[in-house]
Design a protein around this ligand. Structure first.
Ligand SMILES: C[S@@+](CC[C@H](N)C(=O)[O-])C[C@H]1O[C@@H](n2cnc3c(N)ncnc32)[C@H](O)[C@@H]1O
Length: 260
């Protein structure tokens, strides 16, 4: 185990990166950080924090490592099928074709690009605009380049794979036809103000790393960011405990509707 004052380390990280480690599950996060510090051969938290101040490579590695950015296209395909059959048609009926959609904690772009493709089954591409945000600017950079392994494309329907990806060596690059419908921005769910008036918010596989209190606060803010009748689409291992008090109704395990 790494020596030193972890509480002080959390304060230094907040000052340095604006990432509030107190809001992430402590055991899991500390284990990850300890592994990274040991791998870089620092002897304690304080000297590693000093290293982060001066070494940009070390800094980028730290942010990238603790934010855990595994993603893939159409992650949990059954839920995307449900969205295609049920929730996209319902959203169109309620709000028309100019939908306001937010992919929060979007990582390398797999999720917002999947959203563009999924909506294009229902709405002409030129009407689709996805707001995509993440805390980590390195993943946003990767999302903008849009280069993916064959494995992360497993869930992409065959017609879309043929039409919207270009094979480059062993990788696949998403084409501009899809890219230009996503606008990426940096946004920290634990710190920044939430934009409002959304018809759909997709936030998956990030809140699992947050403490119960932090998670609760983020869900309440998502409720306030949705229009009445709008949906929140969450990850397959997540659930909202106190959803009624937040103004949600549970439509199925992973889709919640703001009802008041
Ligand atoms: C495991 S990925 C999930 C990506 C995608 N939503 C999916 O389900 O495939 C988690 C993402 O959350 C981002 N993240 C972690 N803490 C965050 C925060 N406080 N605010 C915004 N994004 C955050 C990470 O940078 C990472 O890209």
């Amino acid at each position: 185990m790494v020596q030193g004052d972890y509480e002080q380390f959390k304060k230094s990280i907040l000052a340095l990166t604006k990432i509030n480690l107190t809001a992430y599950k402590e055991k899991q996060m500390r284990r990850r950080i300890d592994t990274l510090i040991e791998r870089n051969k620092f002897k304690d938290y304080a000297s590693y924090a000093d290293g982060l101040k001066t070494d940009t490579k070390l800094f980028d590695e730290f942010v990238n490592y603790i934010t855990i950015n595994v993603s893939e296209f159409y992650r949990n395909t059954d839920q995307w099928e449900l969205m295609d059959k049920e929730y996209i048609p319902e959203l169109r009926k309620k709000f028309g074709d100019n939908l306001k959609i937010w992919s929060a904690a979007c990582s390398t772009g797999d999720e917002p690009y999947s959203l563009v493709m999924a909506f294009s089954r229902h709405i002409p591409l030129d009407k689709i605009k996805i707001h995509a945000t993440d805390l980590d600017k390195t993943v946003i950079g990767k999302a903008k380049v849009g280069l993916y392994s064959a494995k992360s494309l497993t869930g992409v329907p065959k017609d879309f794979k043929d039409k919207y990806f270009e094979k480059i060596g062993p990788s696949f690059q998403i084409k501009d036809d899809i890219k230009k419908h996503v606008e990426f921005k940096e946004h920290n769910l634990l710190k920044d103000p939430f934009p409002t008036n959304y018809d759909l918010i997709v936030c998956r596989n990030v809140l699992i790393y947050f403490t119960e209190e932090a998670k609760d606060e983020v869900f309440r803010k998502f409720a306030a960011s949705l229009k009445i009748g709008g949906f929140l689409f969450i990850g397959s291992t997540e659930q909202i405990m106190d959803y009624r008090s937040m103004g949600f109704e549970r439509r199925n395990s992973f889709f919640y509707e703001r009802v008041k």
